[in-house]
Design a protein around this ligand. Structure first.
Ligand SMILES: [Zn+2]
Length: 487
């Protein structure tokens, strides 16, 4: 007679704060017990010498998404989520991406149907708004937020995506009413398009000039502006893919004043620099992402910002393009940086790269690794307690890591559809050898037996992070604005 569906025995369990030697028992997809000498399971996994960690939660990934220029990202839900699983990630939040003129409801239903068919890990959506008309904000957005997509993604840059200052304000106000967190790609649109055009006019089209075309100050400028908007409305925001020291400093200063602003950085900004764009003709295209890769000194600043809590999470910003005419080379074998699709794959390599740096090499240790890649992403987006922790009652999403396994990252070993990794040629120590999603083994012996469509939609409320601070701005506070009712 077995007490449990599965018991993981003899491993070292680590969460965001503590580490313990314990067995973990699973029943009905959830963690049922943690302790020593637990009863028998129908199946048992020997985890002696292994680390038993919560599965990764990646809250920034573009999956099966059509870009504003009509290009479809390389992955579908099956390939993307399988690659995530191979890298130890068991939950993902991707985008239901509206383009101008689209019905948000129709867009959402389309993404939801495709994810339901293909996903092997659990998933949720950020509602990506590019066209915040009154009809979208008042009629289409509220039911979708209430049905569990309690985060809104917006752009402050890109001609076809950015919603303009007034659009940002409209969305912040609506998000406050609905209890949704607002996630922002914050760069200065004018600086980027002006300098990009000037570079191209003068013949500087190689991938390396992509890094120059997004001036460093465009990040800090947009962060300042966004934070001013956020304070005016008293609506929390999370700033995506912080890449510069100056950007991190703007967030630090605002948080120091008690503003509810959160920040993420991504794997590539911690491990790559703009020198990675300096390659033989065409090769640099693999490393074109926005914001662009920066300097070594920025890497240091971003690690510091994470350690200080100015930034809370590390995501992949998985934005896959194939290395052919359907992807990076849609405009030729040596495309101008202006015509190169943005983004790089990263769902699979995020955790191994960070584990190697943080656990194997010891920078900040295993608890911080779990916190920044799993616990905090879950908590910020309303999945706290359910995902991102090994605790009784939580979903049994677990990655069992062999801390000694050495793996040489290479293009032909990743499982997404791009068939390359920007980290090829780096050897990492530590690998997720067995991965469970709600108690089901989805990675074992280098294979993914999970069935397409076995991932489930995660309905989320806004959670603590999305709650307004309650400190009204002088403009919105009726006690200080001569009685004007502005909410
Ligand atoms: Zn992105």
């Amino acid at each position: 007679m077995s007490d449990y569906d599965l018991v993981i025995r003899g491993g070292t369990v680590a969460n965001a704060v503590d580490t313990m030697h314990a067995d973990v028992a699973i029943k009905d997809e959830k963690i049922a017990a943690i302790g020593l000498g637990l009863g028998a399971g129908k199946r048992e996994i020997d985890a002696a010498g292994k680390l038993v960690l919560p599965g990764g939660v990646d809250t920034h990934a573009h999956i099966e998404q059509v870009s504003s220029n009509g290009q479809l990202s390389a992955d579908n839900f099956e390939s993307a989520t399988k690659s995530a699983a191979f890298g130890g990630t068991t939950s993902v939040i991707c985008f239901a991406a509206q383009h101008r003129g689209d019905s948000l409801t129709a867009v959402y239903e389309d993404y939801a149907a495709r994810a339901k068919r293909g996903a092997v890990i659990d998933y949720s959506f950020h509602l990506l708004l590019t066209d915040p008309t009154p009809k979208i904000l008042n009629e289409e957005l509220p039911p979708l937020v209430k049905a569990g997509s309690a985060s809104i993604k917006i752009f402050m840059t890109y001609d076809l995506m950015n919603v303009g200052d007034e659009g940002v304000l409209d969305i912040l106000l609506k998000a406050r009413e609905l209890g949704a967190l607002v996630a922002v790609h914050a760069e200065n649109n004018g600086m980027i398009s002006w300098l990009g055009n000037r570079l191209v006019e003068r013949g500087y089209t190689d991938a390396r000039y992509h890094a120059i075309s997004h001036p460093r100050g465009s990040e800090a400028e947009a962060f300042h502006r966004l934070i001013a908007f956020s304070e005016l409305i008293d609506q929390p925001v999370i700033i995506y893919h912080v890449a510069t020291a100056e950007g991190a400093a703007v967030i630090r200063e605002a948080r120091g004043r008690g503003v509810k602003v959160y920040g993420e950085t991504c794997t590539q900004y911690l491990f790559l620099t703009k020198q990675d764009l300096v390659k033989p003709p065409g090769e640099g295209a693999k490393f074109v992402c926005s914001p662009p890769l920066r300097e070594e000194s920025d890497q240091e600043a971003l690690w510091q910002a994470l350690a200080l809590g100015d930034l809370q999470i590390v995501t992949s910003d998985h934005a896959p393009s194939t290395l052919d005419e359907n992807g990076k080379y849609a405009h030729g074998a040596n495309p101008s940086f202006k015509k190169t699709s943005n983004g790089m794959p990263g769902l699979e390599t995020r955790l191994p790269m960070l584990f190697d740096a943080m656990v194997s090499k010891g920078r900040y240790g295993v608890n911080a690794f779990v916190k920044w890649t799993s616990t905090e992403p879950a908590r910020l987006y309303g999945l706290g307690g359910r995902k991102g922790t090994i605790a009784i009652g939580a979903d049994a999403d677990i990655a069992i890591w062999d801390p000694d396994k050495r793996v040489m990252l290479a293009d032909d070993m990743v499982h997404d559809n791009t068939r390359y990794t920007p980290f090829a040629g780096r050897e990492v120590t530590g690998w997720p050898v067995t991965v469970l999603r709600r108690g089901e083994v989805i990675i074992e012996d280098g294979a993914c037996p999970a069935v397409a469509g076995s991932g489930q939609f995660l309905a989320r409320k806004g959670g603590e992070a999305a709650k307004p601070s309650g400190r009204l701005s002088p403009e919105f506070d009726p006690k200080r604005n001569f009685g004007a009712e502005l909410y």
